[in-house]
Design a protein around this ligand. Structure first.
Ligand code: EPZ
Length: 436
């Protein structure tokens, strides 16, 4: 089984370039099939979730080309009336964006229900409610395939019962090709919601208000081809900022939009780090003891749930007691048992974790339970003096491009191994380096 072997204890120092946003790319690649013209998408991160989604898009007849590592061209003019379904598709969350895209363009979608990280129940009732309001008939087959069909889609006034990134994105896609005006109230405001709106507008859609609570979409007859570059990944950037802090490092994160990072930068300042910003970079310097604080995760512009495990890891190294409350998903502390193997002192009560900070973690062998928690365990391992092992890293690779390579470039000692032989050789290399 693939794993990371980490020799912790070094302060991370240097520069890391952030890749395109995975969650924006998933929505935008799915939306690319909403025109018969060719669409070119740049700055697509090279991560496994994206490879799965593009295979799904190809499997229903779209022509997908991948001329460079971060560039895809997609032509959906020959799409067949086939269900989007296989084991891989069921494994990723982003596949549900195919429902909005196919329903909008073809008025007919058959897509296997999404999987993704096990961080809560994750129902899609708000997506389905939105599609129904637009005039679609929606049912879920016993096989787990969502079938959404419509003769015509029409605009509607939709109140979301809760703030949902996925439902906002899905409804925005379908409504772009509906007749008349759709208003989404209580919409999600995440940077990738805005990125998808900008992308659809560059294809001729008429979406206003993305990034606020109310999004207004005037449906158009057709969308046309475009060239578009995905925004940088807010959570990847935040993860490296927290890795810098946990290792008392000095790291400059480049190719970011500092505005997207405000809640994360503010928290790091409270914890005692120095943060400086330029147009597209943020420098994090951490010296001395980290301070405890309280955090509640919330939809954007609040502190992101996708940074919750990373902040728990960091606060575990602070000088006192902190409380972290998970405000988005109901079951996102499953990794705490793994972190406790490193000696972390964390008590979880429902959606709240109480963390007693200490000087350092002790190295351990752990298992990544999901994508962001996996990255957080790597941060903990990088901070701990000695050798830790983390398996189940396919989760981490769903969303972090070149994770070990980027960490090595700033002084992290981390090696990915796929066999016992590779593990022994990695351990030899890491130990030799320690002696020399
Ligand atoms: C997106 O998930 C992201 N995934 C998640 O990123 C991220 O954690 C989440 O938004 C919140 O920011 C993708 O973009 C592919 P939601 P999504 O709909 O769309 C409940 C990562 O690590 N809800 O905003 O599934 C839901 O259960 C991942 O990159 C309903 O009850 O999140 C949750 O409690 C993990 N009914 C809350 O709303 C619905 O119909 C927010 O979910 C929809 C959601």
């Amino acid at each position: 089984m693939e794993q990371y072997i980490v020799k912790g204890g070094n302060s991370l120092v240097g520069e890391v370039e952030i890749s395109g946003a995975k969650n924006a790319a998933l929505a935008i690649l799915a939306a690319s099939i909403m025109t018969d013209d060719t669409v070119t998408i740049e700055n697509v991160p090279d991560v496994s979730d994206i490879r799965v989604l593009t295979q799904a898009i190809e499997s229903i007849g779209a022509v997908v080309e991948h001329p460079q590592r971060h560039v895809y061209t997609i032509n959906g003019s020959q799409i067949l009336d086939l269900p989007v379904d296989n084991e891989l598709i069921r494994s990723i969350r982003g596949s549900y964006y195919m429902i909005g895209a196919l329903l909008g363009k073809h008025k007919n979608a058959q897509v296997a229900l999404p999987g993704g990280c096990a961080i809560g129940l994750r129902p899609i009732d708000q997506h389905l409610k939105g599609f129904k309001a637009l005039g679609a008939e929606v049912r879920v087959k016993p096989s787990g395939i969502v079938v959404a069909t419509a003769k015509n889609l029409h605009g509607a006034h939709i109140y979301m019962d809760l703030v949902s990134v996925g439902a906002t994105i899905n409804v925005m896609m379908a409504a772009s090709l509906a007749k008349g005006i759709t208003i989404i109230e209580n919409a999600a405001k995440e940077p990738h919601v805005v990125d998808l709106a900008n992308f659809l507008n560059s294809m001729g859609a008429r979406i206003r208000g993305a990034g606020t609570d109310v999004i207004r979409i005037k449906g158009v007859e057709r969308l046309h081809g475009t060239e578009y570059a995905i925004i940088p990944d807010q959570i990847e950037a935040g993860t490296y900022m927290f890795a810098a802090a946990a290792t008392r490092g000095d790291v400059t994160i480049t190719n970011v939009i500092p505005k997207h990072m405000e809640s994360i930068s503010a928290k790091l300042k409270e914890i005692g780090c120095q943060i400086s910003e330029s147009d597209d970079a943020i420098r994090v310097v951490a010296t001395g003891r980290l301070q405890p604080t309280n955090v509640k995760t919330m939809p954007y512009p609040g502190f992101p749930t996708d940074m919750q495990p990373q902040v728990v890891v960091l606060l575990g190294l602070s000088n006192g007691t902190s409380i972290v409350t998970e405000g988005v998903f109901e079951n996102r502390f499953r990794y705490v048992d793994e972190l406790m193997k490193m000696g972390a002192k964390v008590t979880v009560e429902g959606r709240t974790a109480i963390i007693d900070g200490q000087d350092a973690y002790t190295p351990a062998t752990m298992s990544a339970p999901d994508l962001r928690a996996g990255a957080a365990l790597v941060i903990a391992a990088l901070s701990a003096d000695g050798i830790s092992k983390i398996d189940n890293i396919h989760y981490v690779e769903r969303g972090y491009e070149d994770f070990p390579e980027k960490l090595r470039a700033i002084g992290g000692e981390i090696i990915k191994t796929a066999s016992k032989e590779e593990e022994s050789s990695a351990l030899r290399r890491l130990n030799l380096k320690a002696i020399s």
